[in-house]
Structures are given as structure tokens and as C-alpha cells.
Design a binder for this molecule. Sequence first.
Ligand code: MG
Length: 255
Amino acid sequence: MKTKQALSTLFLSLCSVISLQAQTQIIAHRGYWDKFGSAQNSLSSLDNAVTFGAYGSELDVHMTKDGVMVLNHDDAYQGVEIQTATYAELSTLRLANGEPLPTLQQCIDAVKKQSQTKLIVEIKTHASAEADARAAAETVRLINEGGIAGMVDYISFSEHVCKALIKLNPKHRVAYLNGEKSPATLKAEGYWGLDYEWSILKEKHPEWIAEAKALGLTTNVWTVNNVEQMQYFISQGIDFITTNNPQLLKGLLSK
Ligand code: MG
């Protein structure tokens, strides 16, 4: 009888571990920037995501003309094209909260101080396949030299970037953003997962979350900011939700 009880307790604790692992994780889109004194893609937004305890803090990186990986969402900031400017030219610009444009190196240095929140590094599309591959290689070099390879997931809209990352190391956790590849194609091409816009996973291909899971791919959706959509994707058992509102999502997940 005691053995039966012990087995039953073991079974229940295993179930709770499995369900904990399966819970949707929070990724702060461009950091947790929607707070006083912060800005998108800033060191402050990364710091807020870490303090909040997000699974990951997403950021966008471009390579400057002189090979420095710099954070910014758009191709240009205040009229200056990042990929054709030098870092010295960009370093005079200020974000909305007064910070200089951060470098990826500064984010690596910041994230090393803790072990909970990962960097979700989006490598932006560059002018050519070669430039994409150079940006991917430089990003990987910085991350490896920073000793945080286990703390980074990679994402990109660029197939050239993703292919270069997978070729550099098939164990790199690379998720594709552009939305047109089926889970079977992603699996065959060596991807870790998909990271698609909400309408693709909710309206165009609602079957892809389950298909991806069955293939052992991770599933991530962007950018989900309202309760109804959050609840839908939580109910689908999605692995990650990328959001501008981490606090709202945390509230739903703790119910
Ligand atoms: Mg991004």
C-alpha cells in the first residue's frame, strides 16, 4: 500500500514538473520599455526585463559600417542609416530616455550579471547575403567570447542570417520570424523553432503550433499585447509569447 501511495505521489509531482515546464514563458519585446524613464532597445529596458524576471528580453541588432553590433529596431535612427554609418557617428545619438544607442557588447555585459533572463537576439536583415552572414558571425563571436552562449536564443526574418547561424553551430537556438515556412520545412532546415506574427498562428495556420510541437520545435508568437490574444495562445500551450506588456501576461499566467 505504501508503495502504491509513494508511486502516486511521484506521479503527481512529475505531472506538476511537466506542467510547470510547459507553461508559456514571457519575452519582453524590445526589452521591458513601457516604464517610466525607459526606451525601446535600451539598457534600461533590458534591466527592467531582468528585474521583472522575464524568460527573455528581445532586442534588435544591426552591424555598423565598421563592424559594431548596435541596437535599434529600424534601419535608420534619427535619419542616420545604421549599416552605412560608423559607430562613432551613431554614438552621438540619444534614445528617448537620454541613453546612447546601446551596443550588443553592453547587453552581454549586463545579462552576464544574472542567470534567469536570456537575450533574444534578433539580427536584422542587411544589404546582402554576405553582410547578413558577417553580422551573424560577429554576433556569435561576441556572445561566445562573453561566455553567455547558453543565455541566448537567436531570431531573424533573414534566411541568410538563420542559415549562417545554424551552419556556425547546428546547436544554436534559431527561430525564424518571417512566417511562410511550415514546421516541417523548419525542422528539415535545422531550426530550433518558429517565432511568427500572431495572425499567422491564429488565423492563417492555426494548425502550426501543434505541428511544430509534434516535431519538437519551439513555438513563439509576436507581438501579443491584449488579454484575448494572450489567453488564446496560452490555451494553445505556446512556449513563448513576445509582448509589449509583460505584466499583463504575468497576471494571466498566474491565475
Ligand atoms: Mg525585433
